[in-house]
Design a protein around this ligand. Sequence first.
Ligand SMILES: [Zn+2]
Ligand SMILES: [Zn+2]
Length: 386
Amino acid sequence: MSEQKPPILWPQTLMFAITFAVAAIGVPWYGFTVGFHWTQWLAFVVILGANGMSITAGYHRLWAHNAYKAHWSLRLFYALFGAAAFQNSILIWASGHRRHHRHVDDIDHDPYSAKKGLWFSHMGWMIRDYEAGRDDFSNAPDLMRDKIVMWQHNHYMKIALFMNVAPAAFAGWLCGDVWAGILLAGFLRLVVSHHTTFFINSLAHFWGRQPYTDENSARDNDILALFTYGEGYHNYHHIFQNDYRNGIRWWHFDPTKWLIKTCSWLGLTWDLKKVPDFKIQRAIVAMQFRKAEEKLKQAKAVDVGAVTAFLEQEYQQFSASLQEFKELSQKTYADKVQQLAESKERLQQKWEEVSLKSRCKELEYNLKMQARRLRVLTLELQAATA
Ligand SMILES: [Zn+2]
Ligand SMILES: [Zn+2]
C-alpha cells in the first residue's frame, strides 16, 4: 500500500510485546524449573474470570450498551477488575465500542473495522495512532455522569497497575509462592484475557453464521462463545445490541448473561433489557427470505416459477403478520394509556390484554413455522445447486 501508516504507539506496543514474551517464555521456564502448584492455577482461573466478565458484563453490556442497571458495589467491582484487563478506562473503551456499532465495518469510522483485515481488527488498531481510534466522548455523556466511571478514568493507570499486581501477588503468597502467582495470575492471565476479548472484534467478524442479518460482518459462533464468556453470538449482538443476552437460547453458552440474571435475583442488577421474541423471529424470517432468493439464483434444475410463487405467498403472509403485530402493539399501547386514566375498567382491559398477548404469541409461532419452511426450501435449493 502506498498510503503512509500512522506512527506506532510505543507504550501500548511494548506492553503487549513484553507481557506476551513473559507469558510465552517466562511462564513455561518457571513451570519446568520450579513448578506451579494447582492452587496457583486455580487463582489464575478465578482472576481471569473476574477480569474477563468485568469486561463483558461491565465494560460491554452495562456501560457500552446500557443493557441493564447495576448496584454501585457491582459497578465498582467491574471498574476494578476491568482495569486489570489493561484495555483502557471504561469511558475510552465504551465510547470506542459505541462507535464500532454505529459505524460497523466502515473503514474510516469504525475503530476496529473488520474490513481492514483480521490483524487490524484483533490488535493492529491499538498499536498505531489511527484517526478512528482517537478518544471522542461525545457519544457518552451518560458515562461522564457516572461517578465510578469518572473515578476509574481519572486514576486509570494507578488502578490498572495495582489490580494487575496486587491480586496476583496476594494469591501467590496465599499459595506459598509470590512469583508463581505473579507469573500465572498476573502475566499469563493478562495475555489470555487480552486475546480472548480481542477475538470478539476480530474472529467474531469473520468466522461463523449470520442468522439474523448480513448487513454487517458480525457472526454467531458457538466455539468463540466458549472462550469469550458468551460474546461469540455476535451476529445477534450487532442487530440487537441493547439486549442483556448475546446467546438467547437456553443452550447457548453465555456465562455473562447468567451472571447478570443471577445478580438480578440478588438485587444487584435490574431493568434487564430483552428484545421481544417477535422481533427476533422477524429478523430470522427476513434473513431466510434473503438466503432462499440467493440460492434460487444459483440453483439449477428447479421449477423457478413454482418456487417464486411459493416465496411470493410466504412473503404475503410475512407482511400480513408484521402488519397485524404492529396494530396489536399500537392497541396494547393505547390500552395502557387508557388504563392509567380509567382504573374502573381494569378487569375488562386485563382480559383484552391477555387475548392480545396470546394473539402475539400465535404470530410469533407463525413466523417460527415460516422460518422452518424457508430453511427447508433453502436446503433443497442448495442441493439443486451442487
Ligand atoms: Zn462487533
Ligand atoms: Zn457491543
